[in-house]
Design a protein around this ligand. Structure first.
Ligand SMILES: Cc1cc2nc3c(=O)[nH]c(=O)nc-3n(C[C@H](O)[C@H](O)[C@H](O)COP(=O)(O)OP(=O)(O)OC[C@H]3O[C@@H](n4cnc5c(N)ncnc54)[C@H](O)[C@@H]3O)c2cc1C
Length: 385
């Protein structure tokens, strides 16, 4: 569907291309037909998770010994692109597979991996990550949620907000302070099973500008007692450094999402301007339309080449925080500019819900905010100067 002429990148090996084709078929035929209903109902059906897991499209990089397909970030990137090119922007599977699950893969004990990974791969468990709080977003060291050691477990108290997959999640990585007197060094991660957990409550499914069928929720912990084995890994106080190590992948996944917005917007706008006429000629015949689209295609090509380079570096284990932050900030900003220009070329129809460009406009806005705002990305990049 892409309108770019960039060559197939090296990370798309033969097996990745085969997986991608199968994923394209599955997402377009099995899930995409339900998007409009899910958007109206403001939630995705739970079966979508089971079906995606059953097809092998969840957690592609989980090793085989823990029930996964044993792929790499290339497989992760291919499935993410496929899902988003099918218009499933509100489906939280990339967060589940590429953001939450890696915490357990990288830092979990053997027992934790055996307990949770197979269920995350199959879709039996849906996961979420709860960092943000009403009083702490960008400044994560300020989280107020606490986890106090008590006998053979921990007691968690606090409130989280804006949590993606918040209503569906059965397994939540919770950022909490085990030592409130410390900043970053007092932060630990807990893997919390929600079923039957006393003191755990889900709040509202938050009303949003876009990504309407994404269940973004508040979560409350009031004396919620979890076993000591819920602490991710074996040491308290490792949470902040674990978060920092995983954030480049999270940012890269958001950059991938942004690129799919750009390529879809260009494809649908090209079709539109070739058909729609004004003053006796197709809109594409106006030089302004051609110039706008020429600029967008040029910028989209630069973004694609940079993104593919970042993906390749990440697969090789060499993507640093600075470069991942550049990709996240620059491609998400570009996405908003190009989608806005493309909406403009649709005229009034671009503002109507039945034209898909309007949903790209709404759904893409948040990419500049979550996974670290673009201002925070610039702070991180500036540190390298
Ligand atoms: C739809 C959605 C889904 C989300 N999903 C999740 C999730 O699954 N899990 C989760 O934990 N969180 C999630 N978030 C939260 C998201 O990560 C935060 O909203 C984001 O990190 C910003 O935090 P904040 O909203 O508290 O803004 P604030 O930190 O209050 O920032 C407000 C403004 O100040 C700017 N600012 C802050 N500090 C600085 C600085 N030092 N220099 C310059 N400017 C600064 C920011 O860039 C921003 O423009 C989600 C958010 C949304 C909207």
């Amino acid at each position: 569907m892409t309108v770019l002429d960039t060559p197939k990148p090296d990370w798309v090996t033969e097996d990745v291309a085969i997986l991608r084709e199968a994923a394209d078929r599955f997402f377009c035929e099995e899930l995409a037909p339900h998007i409009d209903r899910w958007e109206d109902e403001e939630i995705i059906d739970r079966w979508a998770w089971d079906k995606t897991g059953a097809q092998g499209f969840l957690c592609p990089s989980v090793p085989e010994e823990y029930g996964g397909p044993g792929g790499t970030f290339a497989h992760e990137a291919a499935i993410t692109e496929s899902l988003q090119m099918a218009g499933l922007d509100s489906f939280g599977a990339p967060l589940h597979s590429g953001i939450v699950t890696p915490y357990i893969v990288h830092y979990g004990t053997e027992e934790q991996k055996r307990r949770w990974l197979p269920k995350l791969v199959s879709g039996e468990m849906v996961s979420a990550i709860a960092m943000s709080e009403p009083g702490a977003g960008s400044d994560l060291q300020r989280v107020a949620t606490t986890a106090k050691r008590d006998g053979n477990g921990y007691v968690i108290n606090g409130a989280k907000t804006f949590i993606t997959n918040g209503l569906h999640a059965d397994l939540i990585v919770v950022v909490a302070k085990t030592d409130p007197s410390e900043g970053a060094k007092g932060v630990s991660l807990f893997v919390v099973e929600t079923e039957g957990l006393d003191g755990f409550r889900r709040g509202r499914n938050l009303k949003k500008v876009g990504q309407k069928s994404q269940d973004t929720a508040e979560l409350f912990f009031d004396d919620a007692r979890v076993p000591a084995t819920a602490l991710l890994g074996t040491e308290e106080g490792e949470g902040f450094s674990q978060l920092m190590q995983q954030l480049p992948q999270e940012r890269l996944l958001i950059a991938i999402h942004a690129q799919t917005f750009i390529e879809r917007a260009l494809a649908m706008t090209l079709n539109y301007v070739k058909e729609r006429e004004a003053f006796g000629q197709p809109i594409i015949e106006f030089q302004n339309t051609q110039f706008k689209l020429a600029e967008a295609k040029t910028e989209a090509t630069i973004a694609r080449v940079f993104l593919d380079n970042c993906i390749e570096r990440h697969i090789a284990g060499g993507l640093d925080t600075t470069t991942a932050s550049m990709a996240k900030y620059w491609i998400t900003d570009l996405q908003q500019k190009i989608v806005d220009d493309c909406l403009q070329m649709h005229g009034g129809y671009g503002y109507m819900d039945e034209y898909p460009i309007s949903r790209l406009f709404r759904d893409g806005r948040v990419l500049r905010i979550y996974a670290g705002t673009n201002e925070i990305m610039k702070l991180l990049i500036a540190r390298s100067l």
